[in-house]
Design a protein around this ligand. Structure first.
Ligand SMILES: Nc1ncnc2c1ncn2[C@@H]1O[C@H](COP(=O)(O)OP(=O)(O)OP(=O)(O)O)[C@@H](O)[C@H]1O
Ligand SMILES: [Mg+2]
Length: 342
């Protein structure tokens, strides 16, 4: 480490103290006008100019900062430089310039900055993939609904219209049997609408909050799948939360229950809710076959399901915590803890 202290009077009488390691010696020499300080510091013209600018701009006010310089050998070095003005007499003022080499520290700092930027960029691109997957998924969901409505409900409505038009009231017997058939068709249409839309945001959620919406979800899924899916509100939670928190909690539970239906092969799925003054905790348990959460393929590769990734994204978004515990043939437990800000 080379450290030097340099005294420059405005008359260009320069005093320079060089300190190398612990050995200090004094170079007491008068520089001639051409031997300018910045020329001593760097061999690079641009750097000399930059240092000159700093010194002339701040010689009255003082300055401290980092400057880059190039040695005679052509090596890049970083210097921490302080420009300190002081007056020795009323007429004469001098400038003390202290520069210490900080190349090692600076290189390490630049490397840290580079790595931070790199990991930030990686995070951003990861975030971009997730965002585009979310949009893609929404698009898929809309397509699914459009297809269900068009192919299923649309066809049935056409059938309903055709059948209604063909009823001949003069033939009472035939008309009666047609009406019976139409009743059945109408209940199928109602069922079709239910199936096509139960994944959408339920009105219960916006109107009445988490508990009524989850009650409806579990009842509806139990009815559609024939499985035992129950909700226990252990602490009679009935608070309203911010709408974004409510929708994200609802989606996480919906995904966890849907996964249990799809993969667990379990007889029971239990959603339990409990709360304290600060936290709402929801646990989704199944008694199914379980899985290894560490082996779930990551979103980065683009393969594998998106459900778990979305669950993690959503919980982060609402400042909550998500825990997944699962063991083969012992079932799965998904726990979400969400802060209650009231
Ligand atoms: N309750 C569960 N029981 C058993 N296996 C599960 C359970 N939940 C998740 N899994 C396993 O974890 C995998 C990943 O789930 P994830 O929800 O991320 O994707 P997915 O359900 O396959 O697809 P997507 O949610 O995008 O429709 C599933 O494919 C399944 O193998
Ligand atoms: Mg899933």
């Amino acid at each position: 480490m080379i450290r030097f202290y340099l005294l420059e009077s405005y008359q260009m009488e320069l005093w320079c103290i060089w300190e190398i390691s612990f050995l200090t010696f004094l170079v007491s020499r008068s520089f001639n006008d051409s031997a300018l300080f910045w020329n001593v510091l760097s061999t690079n013209e641009h750097e000399q100019e930059a240092i000159e600018n700093i010194i002339s701009k701040h010689k009255k006010t003082g300055w401290q900062g980092e400057v880059k310089a190039t040695t005679k050998k052509g090596d890049d070095v970083w210097l921490e430089m302080a420009v300190i003005p002081f007056s020795t007499t009323d007429e004469k003022s001098e400038l003390l310039i202290i520069a210490s080499e900080i190349t090692e520290r600076k290189v390490a700092q630049l490397e840290i900055d580079r790595l931070t930027e790199k990991s930030f960029e990686e995070k951003m691109s990861q975030q971009k993939i997730i965002s585009s997957k979310i949009i893609e998924n929404q698009e898929k969901e809309q397509n699914r609904i459009a297809k269900d409505v068009h192919d299923g409900i649309g066809q049935m409505l056409t059938g309903l219209k055709y059948n209604l038009e063909s009823i001949d009231m003069k033939d009472v017997k035939k008309a009666t049997s047609k009406i019976e058939h139409l009743k059945e068709l109408t209940s199928n249409i109602i069922k079709g609408v239910r199936t096509a839309t139960f994944n959408l945001t339920p009105p219960e959620l916006t109107d009445h909050g988490i508990v009524p919406a989850l009650t409806k979800l579990t009842q509806e899924l139990a009815r559609l799948t024939g499985k035992e899916i129950v909700l226990f509100n252990k602490t009679d939670f009935n608070q309203r939360m911010e709408s974004l928190a409510e929708i994200n909690i609802y989606r996480i539970v919906q995904e966890a229950v849907n996964n249990a239906i799809k993969y667990a092969e379990s007889s029971h799925i239990i959603v339990s809710l409990s709360h304290s003054a600060k936290i709402l905790s929801i646990v989704i348990d199944d008694n199914g076959k379980g899985f290894n959460p560490d082996k779930i393929k990551h979103v980065k590769t683009g393969d594998g399901g998106m459900g778990m990734t979305f669950m993690k994204e959503r919980i982060k978004y609402i400042d909550g915590r998500l825990f997944i515990t699962s063991e083969e043939s012992k079932g799965t437990r998904i726990t979400l803890n969400v802060p209650l800000n009231n």
